[in-house]
Design a protein around this ligand. Structure first.
Ligand code: NDP
Length: 453
């Protein structure tokens, strides 16, 4: 059968692939996009979006309680897991269909099926052959599962969105983004959550103050932590799933059909026939240069399948920059220096720039000034909740530049997104101080921080 050809063949209709395909088509390229699942990828279908919807659902538990302090009568609210799961599923299908419509409007041909290289220039999808001037691999990542006996009984984040029933008792293994977010949302929805950490604390790599403050808050909310503990074996018993543990906690733990393993994600590049394409894999990921090019000059890669940062906005920026450079000769570059990030925990975490430890490592201990504050936001006073907000600025003493901003508290993600503009522009502590406060808000604390440590 003759092959079909185009200017750009994109493998994977997730955040990076969609962004690249649309931008390239906007520049006039003939684009074919291949996807084996629903259009939208991890973020839309089984990651950021369904997760955020579930986080919103979990907030109501606190809102009902807080309302009493504001004069509302106590409501005995009941939560129904199946209703939420169905509503989330409907919403992601609606969003996926919107993306498909956009692709059609832009003249991008969508091909469903599994793509595999048969040689460096040809990709086969269920017997159909495609060639292109440039090929972009944007196949994302998938959850890593260690070879623990009984691992077949556990869920990854993908399955959490589809659990037929809410577990009364849930074990979460891993203290990264996914583990922390699910521990918090499932706890608020009413599951009894135990989080098992192989290290001493959650969110390694984040500012130490964030880690400690958030973990303390999560414990106050009722999440049980087992630090310095590993899972040796999982068995199905009449009482539920039984976890054999080793380390600081060696007594076992029994939970319902709910064991979430969230111990990291890895590029989803198996089955792509990369050997046939002669594309180099380094430490399990596609190694790319600053132009997103693999060792094959016509094959590019963006997003989670590369050796760079696993975050949706980064994949989108990489996809757009690739299309601008290769199809419009524009010098678009991705700024990897100040990537804001949030953990949708309860309370929420927002952060941009360097942690205090990293700033001291890069700039020298004596060259870093830290400003911090811990307070109860006004909202919690009448609600009667002992929830503390915590903020921190990390400043380069010599240049006065703010090199890191960190927050744990209500709306931290929304607040840090705006602060990230200032940090990206190179704002100094004096610029923060010269900014008029917006009163009464939580965010005003960032422009009124006086004392340093
Ligand atoms: P992370 O890399 O964030 O965290 C992995 C966690 O698992 C760490 O706590 C790590 O412990 C622990 N771990 C690793 N290996 C083992 C093991 N063998 N046994 C027990 N524990 C182990 O991974 P996630 O899966 O949480 O998230 C994957 C990626 O998805 C993130 O890196 C992030 O880029 C992205 N993401 C972003 C979100 C956001 O922006 N809000 C939300 C969800 C995902 P240790 O600390 O000791 O290394």
């Amino acid at each position: 059968m003759a092959s079909e050809s185009c200017d750009l063949l994109v493998i994977g209709a997730g955040s990076g692939g969609l962004a690249a395909a649309k931008r390239a088509a906007g520049h006039g390229a003939k684009v074919i996009l291949i996807e084996e699942d629903l259009v939208g990828g991890t973020c839309v279908i089984r990651g950021c979006i369904p997760k955020k919807l579930m986080v919103y659902a979990s907030h109501f538990a606190h809102l009902y309680e807080d309302a009493v302090g504001y004069g509302w009568q106590k409501v005995e609210a009941r939560f129904d897991w199946q209703t939420l799961v169905s509503a989330v599923d409907r919403e992601i299908r609606r969003l996926s269909a919107l993306h498909v419509g956009l692709l059609e409007n832009m003249g991008i041909r969508l091909v469903y099926g599994h793509a595999g290289f048969i040689d460096p220039r040809t990709v086969e999808v269920d017997g159909r052959k495609f060639t292109a001037t440039k090929i972009l691999i944007a196949v994302g990542s998938e959850a890593v599962l260690p070879p623990t006996p009984g691992i077949e009984y556990v869920a990854t984040s993908r399955r959490m969105f589809k659990l037929p029933e809410q577990p009364d008792r849930l074990a979460v293994i891993g203290g990264g983004y996914i583990g922390v977010e699910f521990a918090c949302l499932m706890n608020s929805l009413g599951s009894q959550v135990t989080q098992i950490l192989r290290g001493d604390a959650i969110l390694r790599g984040f500012d130490e103050d964030i880690r400690l403050h958030l973990q303390q808050s999560m414990a106050n909310h009722g999440i049980a932590f087992c630090p310095d503990t590993e899972v040796e074996k999982i068995e199905k018993t009449a009482a539920g799933l039984s976890l054999s543990l080793a380390g600081a906690r060696s007594s076992g733990l029994t939970v319902d059909a709910g064991v979430l393993f969230a111990v990291g994600r890895a590029p989803n590049i198996g089955g792509l026939g990369l050997d046939n394409a002669g594309v180099e894999i380094v430490k399990g990921a596609l190694a790319v240069d600053e132009r997103a090019r693999t060792n094959q000059p016509h094959i590019y890669a963006v997003g989670d399948c590369t050796n760079r940062v696993m975050l949706t906005p980064v994949a989108i920026a990489e996809g757009r920059a690739f299309a601008d450079r290769e199809f419009a000769n524009l010098p678009t570059r991705v700024n990897y220096n100040t990537i804001p990030t949030a953990v949708f925990s309860q309370p929420e975490v927002g952060t941009v720039g360097l942690s205090e430890a990293e700033a001291k490592r890069q700039l020298g201990e004596a060259s870093v000034t830290v400003y911090r504050a811990r307070f109860r936001s006004l909202y919690y006073n009448l609600a009667g909740r002992d929830e503390r907000t915590w903020i921190k600025l990390v400043v380069d003493r010599q240049s006065d530049r703010v090199v890191g901003v960190h927050m744990v508290g209500k709306d931290a993600a929304e607040i840090i997104q705006s602060v990230a503009i200032a940090v990206t522009m190179g704002a100094t502590k004096r610029d923060f101080d010269a900014t008029m406060a917006l009163h009464p808000t939580t965010a005003e604390e960032f422009v009124t921080l006086m004392s340093s440590s």
